[in-house]
Design a protein around this ligand. Structure first.
Ligand code: ADP
Length: 787
């Protein structure tokens, strides 16, 4: 795609260059004036305009009045700056005043004719056949009476006359150049005014284009703040845009005829110096390896010096030293070209486009300077198209740079997120492993008939360890929810049973606070619906737990209310109501945000991290459901949500029964336990043996594969992360050998993250560390087979 663009653009630029070369024909040699007389009787004005160049009558230091006679005639070439005219063997000064005269003899049947008079250094007044035709500034013989101004003017010639006498006053007291430097053009009025309109139109278009580009790049820079090239290119466009309307035919002066020449002249010169400085800063930042910092810096200092001089020195001085700047600039253009070529050789980003644009810029500058030094004609259309091509190529370079920066930033952000989630899952794994040991050991100690004071202490340890576990899980859950990584399951679940278990689980907490725990559910709620039992349990548990936590006396009630039932779906409102401390209206807004609690004293008094509600709300958001709250300070709260579930008409598979009443539920089992961590192995072994099972240990996956004996082992419990051979590989090998006994994975990593891998390896089920002993036992019993 980029290559195609490059080819197309190269073709366009090449044809532009060829067209340019073809149309830069040497200046046409038209009929010239001789001794103040130009005989145009044989001229055909319908086809071409004519420059009134040649020998004009010339009177230095005189402003002759119309009709005023002179005793001695003198001549000078027109247009010509005064310092190029020699009088008495010496060039004239640039400061002074003079009168020019020209008699033109026209063909008898002429159409409506007009003169196009360019700007003249630095003021003029033109009389045609003795009457004042046009004035630009105020030429006078004294500096105090004179006033400079530049603008291009068009004046009509009187019709029905075959002789036209031009009398031109020119005065310059300010600029380092004096006198006329561009030809006065005579031609068909229509043709001249059309040409004038085209020139103005092209200037306006080019200025608009450059100015718009500058705004566009300023805008772009707002979103790519560190990208200096974009800023400098925007600045370059902005400063350069003035050069199009503030020079040449001086469109700006014609638009604002009252403008002060001394101000605009300074802006004109400043715009050149500043735009060149910005352009080189742009190039320097675009190709920092290729552009010599010191070389560019020299130009910056020179430009800064010139800027100060332009702002402070008299016009005569700063306009006099400008050619020197242009010469320096010429060398720098060569240097810029060198930078683009080396960048291209070093295969820098978009250096092909940059080189192409450098070619255009080089030709443009070359041409503008040739024109400035009178070596080439003014060719507006080519220049305008050159500017547009140049800007277009820069736009491609900068946009591609911008897009690259953006995609690079996005990649970095992605990597950051990935690193964060990897960090979180590693940390949670690392924290769960020792937690597993703590919880396991406390369970073992509690089973070993401790004294009542020891039992109290152990229960506190167990409580704290479990709290820590909840916290680790919460943080992990929240980060998963933030990254949109949490997926909801859709499996059979019994909501009434879930409610019952939650209440059962919270009972001891409620009892400890002497709070009545109530549970009510609608009889219409079917036994089985489709949903994610883990996440629904998590949300309700959270709400019930909060309700108990923030209630000092009274009651907490969980209710499941069927709202709407049809054959396919049931809509249920699940509400947790309490008679607790309540939540003030302005606090109700903030408690759903992560890590926020109603007020800062909450965590001191009640504990908690402020993650629970944020997680609950995000989980419900996955169902497109909002967690609602009704509360008044001091009068309790109700948290509720309404969810619709598909109804399942399958028979419920009876889950594992209660273990109560069974002393040694695993007494018929011999279990192969693969676990590399000796402490964890000891804990699991003790727990399993407590349930009556025989346990054989394997230190890693390879040992497990070697030790497994189908005649002896009924179940394999396999840690996942082990040295030498991990649990996945070991299980795969066992399955490939035709082993069919249940293999239960033991892991500190949450199942959702590894579910796919577990399934693929051939595991039967999974137990997450730290495990609760009864849960472990139940899971093993679930797969009772031929024991
Ligand atoms: P935590 O309970 O860990 O502080 P939550 O996100 O679960 O975090 O709750 C945020 C805050 O909302 C709590 O700190 C508390 O101020 C307020 N809150 C939650 N549930 C209740 C409730 N049932 N009664 C009163 N305040 C509550």
């Amino acid at each position: 795609m980029k290559k195609a663009w490059l080819i197309v653009l190269t073709a366009i630029v090449t044809s532009w260059v060829v067209l340019f070369a073809l149309s830069t024909s040497p200046l046409k040699n038209t009929k010239t004036a001789q001794q103040g007389l130009l005989d145009l009787r044989s001229q055909d004005f319908s086809s071409a305009n004519i420059n009134l160049s040649g020998q004009w009558e010339f009177y230095w230091s005189q402003l002759l009045l119309p009709g005023e006679d002179v005793s001695h005639r003198s001549y000078a070439s027109f247009p010509s700056l005064w310092n190029k005219i020699e009088v008495g063997g010496k060039p004239l000064p640039s400061v002074g005043y003079a009168t020019y005269k020209l008699k033109i003899i026209l063909p008898s049947s002429d159409p409506l004719l007009a003169l196009r008079i360019p700007d003249i250094y630095s003021s003029y007044r033109l009389y045609i056949n003795d009457s004042l035709a046009v004035e630009n500034g105020k030429p006078a013989s004294k500096k105090e009476e004179a006033k400079p101004f530049w603008s291009e003017r068009i004046v009509l010639l009187p019709q029905h006359t075959d002789t036209v006498n031009l009398l031109l006053h020119v005065a310059n007291f300010w600029h380092s150049k004096g006198g006329p430097h561009k030809p006065v053009v005579l031609g068909n009025f229509e043709q001249i005014s059309r040409q004038n309109k085209i020139d103005w139109g092209l200037d306006t278009i080019t200025t608009g284009f450059i100015l718009m580009s500058s705004f566009l790049f300023f805008g772009l820079y707002l979103f790519a703040k560190n990208d200096k090239p974009i800023l400098y290119f925007a600045l370059f466009c902005f400063t350069y845009s003035y050069r199009i309307i503030g020079t040449g035919p001086y469109l700006f002066y014609s638009l604002f005829p009252g403008i002060n020449w001394f101000v605009t002249l300074r802006i004109e010169y400043l715009s050149l110096v500043l735009s060149c400085a910005c352009l080189f800063q742009y190039i320097r930042y675009l190709y920092p390896q290729e552009a010599g910092k010191a070389v560019v810096r020299i130009l910056l200092w020179v430009s800064a010096l010139y800027s100060i001089i332009i702002l402070t020195a008299p016009v005569h001085f700063f306009s006099g030293i400008m050619p020197l700047y242009l010469i320096i600039l010429f060398f720098y253009l060569g240097y810029a070209f060198y930078i683009f070529i080396t960048a291209y050789i070093h295969k820098r980003n978009d250096s092909d486009f940059a080189l192409l644009s450098a070619c255009i810029a080089f030709i443009l500058f070359l041409f503008l300077n040739l024109h400035y030094f009178k070596l080439a004609p003014d060719m507006k259309a080519m220049i305008c198209s050159g500017y547009i091509l140049f800007l277009f190529l820069q736009a491609i370079i900068l946009s591609s740079r911008f897009a690259y920066t953006l995609s690079h930033a996005a990649l970095q952000a992605q990597l950051g997120v990935k690193a964060k989630s990897e960090f979180l899952s590693t940390m949670s794994h690392e924290i769960r492993t020792p937690l597993n040991a703590i919880i396991g050991l406390v369970h073992i100690l509690l089973k070993g008939k401790p004294s009542s004071s020891q039992k109290d202490t152990l229960e506190v340890v167990l409580f704290s360890a479990n709290n820590l576990l909840v916290l680790v899980n919460d943080i992990l859950d929240y980060s998963k929810l933030e990254e949109n990584k949490m997926k909801l399951e859709k499996i059979d679940m019994d909501l009434r049973e879930i409610g019952k278990n939650i209440i059962k689980g919270a009972q001891s907490f409620a009892d400890s606070k002497k709070i009545k725990l109530e549970y009510e559910f609608d009889k219409d709620i079917p036994e089985q619906v489709l949903g994610d039992p883990t996440r629904i349990t998590q949300v309700i548990t959270n709400l019930v737990h909060n309700a108990i936590k923030f209630t000092d006396e009274g009651w907490v009630r969980l209710s499941l209310q069927a709202e709407k039932v049809d054959t396919q779906h049931i809509t249920i409102t699940i509400a947790v109501k309490d008679s607790g401390i309540g939540i003030l209206p302005d606090e109700q807004q903030i408690i759903f945000k992560r890590f926020t609690q109603a007020d800062s004293s909450t965590s001191r008094k009640y504990g908690g991290t402020g993650l629970g509600l944020a997680i609950s709300r995000k989980i419900l958001a996955l169902y497109n459901v909002e967690l609602q709250l009704n509360s008044e300070g001091g009068r309790g709260s109700t948290f509720w949500f309404t969810l619709s579930f598909p109804i399942v008409y399958r028979k419920k598979i009876l889950s594992t029964g209660s273990l109560t009443g069974m002393d040694k539920p695993l007494q018929d089992y011999t279990i192969l336990l693969a676990e590399d961590n000796p402490l964890n192995a000891m804990i699991a072994k003790t727990i399993l043996e407590d349930f009556g099972a025989g346990v054989e240990l394997a230190g890693n996956g390879r040992e497990a594969v070697e030790k497994f004996n189908a005649a002896v082992h009924h179940v394999i419990i396999m840690d996942l992360n082990m040295p030498e051979m991990d649990g996945f590989e070991a299980t795969k090998q066992l399955r490939s050998k035709g082993v069919t006994v249940p293999v239960i994975a033991l892991t500190a990593t949450l199942p959702a993250e590894i579910a796919g891998k577990i399934k693929a390896a051939g595991f039967t089920d999974i137990i997450v560390k730290p495990f609760d002993p009864d849960g472990l036992c139940r899971t093993i019993l679930k797969y009772r087979k031929g024991v």
